[in-house]
Design a protein around this ligand. Structure first.
Ligand SMILES: [Zn+2]
Length: 274
């Protein structure tokens, strides 16, 4: 186990890069072969990938991250898991579950706090969903997530190597869960209680708000199950249901400048003047 921990600390960032692009190309190919719904790519794809590049620059500009916070807590022997002796398995289990909780909690807040929603809604304004949606975020979103997550990382004392393992799981699961595919029903019906699946996450992208405000988990659905925000059925057929937000349905949602400025805009349902 020590060797695996060391590998994660030394090499997981390079591996994460390979994993991301390998899986991205594999899922793009799968979306062409076994697409679940009809999607338009074109300008939408350009927008989603340019938003990713902008977010990567925003992340690089941030002087702190979850990893630097975890290193600090570990050096100072600070935080819950740094203070109680646990074997590697218990440490791994608690740490992954707690890291999953941070993700669930920040995502829940992004839907419930109007100021953060203005930023997070860039992700939801995509009127379609495929693997490119996974990387469509406003750059401010990383700032909110980092500011909310760091104090929790410090208090919980999550070990660096478990955070790195979580990132690898996050890349894998979120790319798959946003992709325009559907897993075979027999796998889906079991897997969705352990990991977030495409059928489960598509419900979160429904424009019908009682569905949008469900399935907040990114990797593990357990916190949605615990807090009763877990949803497996939809009002409309998954192949037909409207994705995105009711508020804006036109081409603006693929305009990069409009998206970057959208947190400062007010829009009401079916508002034509935004
Ligand atoms: Zn969301």
């Amino acid at each position: 186990m020590d060797k695996f921990q060391q590998w994660l600390i030394n090499s997981s960032e390079d591996f994460q890069f390979i994993l991301f692009f390998g899986l991205l190309f594999l899922l793009i190919a799968l979306e062409y072969i076994i697409a679940f719904r009809k999607v338009k790519r074109g300008k939408r794809w350009l927008t989603n990938f340019v938003m990713t590049l902008i977010s990567i620059f925003a992340m690089m500009a941030m002087p702190v991250s979850f990893i630097t916070a975890a290193r600090y807590a570990s050096d100072k022997k600070f935080g819950l898991l740094n203070s109680i002796p646990l074997n590697w398995f218990a440490l791994l289990l608690f740490s992954l579950l707690l890291r999953g909780f941070i993700s669930f909690f920040t995502h829940y807040l992004a839907h419930k706090i109007p100021l953060i929603w203005r930023v997070h809604r860039v992700h939801h304004l995509d009127t379609e969903m495929d693997v490119s949606t996974n990387v469509r975020f406003h750059p401010f979103e990383f700032i909110f997530n980092t500011l909310i997550g760091i104090p929790i990382i410090l208090i919980l004392g999550l070990p660096v190597w478990t955070l790195m393992l979580y990132e690898l799981l996050d890349v894998t699961v979120t790319l798959i869960s946003h992709s325009n595919i559907s897993l075979p029903k027999r796998i889906e019906n079991v897997l969705r209680y352990i990991l977030v699946t495409p059928d489960l996450h598509r419900i979160h992208h429904s424009s019908y708000q009682p569905e949008t405000d469900t399935n907040f988990g990114a990797v593990f659905p357990i916190w949605d199950i615990v807090f009763r925000t877990f949803k497996t059925n939809t009002k409309t057929e998954p192949k037909e249901m409207q994705l995105g937000l009711e508020e804006v349905r036109d081409e603006k949602v693929n305009n990069i400048l409009w998206l970057l400025l959208s947190p400062f805009k007010n829009f009401k349902k079916n508002d034509e003047n935004n």
